[in-house]
Design a protein around this ligand. Structure first.
Ligand SMILES: NC(=O)C1=CN([C@@H]2O[C@H](COP(=O)(O)OP(=O)(O)OC[C@H]3O[C@@H](n4cnc5c(N)ncnc54)[C@H](O)[C@@H]3O)[C@@H](O)[C@H]2O)[C@@H](O)CC1
Ligand SMILES: [K+]
Length: 505
């Protein structure tokens, strides 16, 4: 499923009408009816519904929704919040159809009268403003939105909660806090941004008859189980351990042996044929106890951390992961540099590896093999030399710019993880839950990604599926047995079995 900007949505709409001959009035009818059907699933017909209607086409959808629900026997009061001359085009056609059907329309004159009505409402349908909103809300939308936000009624937004921008980069806005948003035709970028996504509440996308072929391929799409199922690596009956790849993970330290153990174990649980660990000798006993299936690479150490070079032939491995728990000493930076310069196989850089990478960005450019960076927002902001706030206002744009400029894949971790390829294409994965907000879950993700990078048709597919399995494991574990509070990274590794099974059934 493609994720769109406001511009891309308008372009799709325009091409559907101008090139495919769709009628805007039919699209509005379809949109309103599709939303009404979703409302019916959530609302009983003894509940009182207030539909708030604004000036643009979002308001036009509101007239269709009100008419449809009234025809079906619901208790509905429709409120037009703007003057008559502001209702134009397709919205005016649907206003006339609404009135022609014999239904009553209330006009906003004094906001207090509307507020008393909102006090009586069980359900508020927000058809005030859609993706055409510009700047902060003007009267009366600012007051009505603020009042609705205080209401206990179920708030259902049409397409996008009023006031919330569709695109990234706008942080100063007032938005309606919806419980549920019925998105028209395609999810907008803001449904995946940390500062705007919470306004949507739960959401769903409804299809309204826009011809799929008239949507210009956008650079952002959403990953789902329909994508994961056919692309997860298969195990051939005649395969052997070498078929599924040999991973090398470099990291860990005497004081932080756990992270590298988690990565190695997650890699093997995700199908890697073999895993070798390069960690300080003093850390190895604590690592091996958690992952007896892994082999150790001989290393030298200094004060419990890896020292200078790792004496390995990278050609003996199918992928290398570096950085987890390795520390921030100068010596560990030289190892990151060695890996970036010498390993032609796909390399994944995480955690302390990313910290060091900030000083090695020039070296990255000379790499021939793929490089995958798996930062959380703090690490990504450090790499970019900006604040986390700046990054999170435009995570798509920053990731795209960095991936393109440095020729790398980026997995920017968060509630909506953004996977960016060097060519700038982006995929969003929304799997997972707050159970993942715990130390170690990133180390597990690195191991899963590494394993899939060795077994998949493309790096992007590997990264999308890896993030999806990681999130799915958390979802499944917290549905049965675990809670989001108690879930540990080690549980996540064991939960991978269920995630793989679910997706292959
Ligand atoms: N194919 C499509 O794209 C379809 C879109 N539809 C609906 O149309 C919407 C987009 O329609 P529009 O382009 O008319 O946009 P809106 O419905 O968001 O309305 C824009 C109008 O709101 C006013 N406005 C803008 N910023 C404001 C602010 N800060 N404070 C107060 N008023 C403000 C302006 O007067 C502007 O004319 C979508 O969100 C969707 O709900 C549906 O009708 C079906 C088809
Ligand atoms: K809306």
């Amino acid at each position: 499923m493609y994720i769109v900007t406001a511009h891309e949505m308008y372009d799709w709409d325009r091409k559907s009408i101008e090139e495919a001959g769709m009628d805007g009035r039919i699209l509005m009818e379809n949109a309103g009816r599709a939303v009404a059907e979703q409302v019916e699933k959530r609302v009983r017909n003894d509940q009182h519904i207030v539909v708030l209607i604004g000036a643009g086409n979002n308001g036009g959808d509101g007239f269709v929704i009100a008419r449809t629900l009234l025809n079906r026997g619901y208790s509905v009061k429709a409120w037009q919040l703007v003057s008559d001359e502001k209702i134009k085009g397709d919205a005016l056609v649907h206003k006339q159809l609404y009135l022609g059907a014999g239904f009553e329309l209330a006009h906003l004159t004094k906001v207090n009268v509307l507020f008393r009505e909102l006090d009586q409402a069980d359900v508020i349908i927000d058809a005030m403003l859609g993706i055409g909103v510009y700047g902060k809300l003007k009267p009366p939308f600012d007051q009505v939105t603020a009042y609705a936000n205080q209401s206990q009624a179920l708030k259902i937004a049409v397409d996008i909660p009023t006031g919330v921008p569709a695109d990234e980069g706008i942080t100063d806005f007032d938005g309606l806090q919806a419980d549920y948003t019925c998105i028209i035709a395609a999810p907008k970028l803001s449904a995946f941004l940390p500062h705007t996504a919470p306004y949507y509440g739960e959401w769903e996308v409804v299809e309204i008859g826009l011809p799929a072929k008239k949507l210009k391929k956008t650079s952002v799409s959403l990953w789902s189980s329909e994508h994961a199922r056919p692309t997860l690596p298969e195990r051939h009956p005649y395969s052997h351990k070498g078929t599924h790849g040999k991973a090398l993970v470099i990291g860990g330290s005497y004081l932080m042996p756990g992270s590298i153990a988690l990565s190695a174990r997650a890699a093997l649980r995700s199908g890697a044929g073999l895993a070798a660990v390069a960690t300080p000798k003093s850390a190895w006993p604590s690592v091996s106890v958690h992952i007896p299936e892994a082999t150790a690479v001989s290393t030298s150490e200094e004060n419990g951390v890896l020292a200078e070079r790792v004496e390995v032939d990278f050609t003996g491995y199918d992928a290398v992961g570096i950085g987890m728990g390795m520390g921030r000493s100068d010596a560990s930076r030289t190892i990151v540099q060695q890996v970036v310069e010498e390993a032609d196989v796909p390399v994944l850089i995480d955690a302390d590896g990313l910290y060091h990478l900030k000083q090695l960005l020039d070296v990255l450019k000379n790499r021939t093999g793929p490089a995958v960076l798996t930062p959380h927002p703090g690490e990504m902001a450090h790499l970019l030399g900006i604040t986390v706030t700046e990054l999170l206002a435009r995570p798509f744009e920053w990731s795209q710019r960095f991936a393109y400029n440095h020729g790398v894949y980026i997995v920017l971790k968060g509630p909506s993880t953004i996977i960016t390829a060097p060519d700038g294409t982006q995929v969003v994965d929304t799997s997972g839950n707050a159970g993942l907000a715990k130390g170690g879950s990133g180390d597990v993700l690195s191991g899963i990604l590494l394993a899939l990078m060795m077994q998949s048709q493309s790096i992007t597919e590997a990264l999308c599926n890896g993030c999806f399995l990681h999130g799915k494991a958390a979802e499944l574990l917290t549905t049965e047995g675990h809670s989001k509070a108690d879930l540990l990274a080690t549980d996540l590794i064991e939960g991978l079995s269920q995630a793989f099974r679910t997706l292959s059934s």
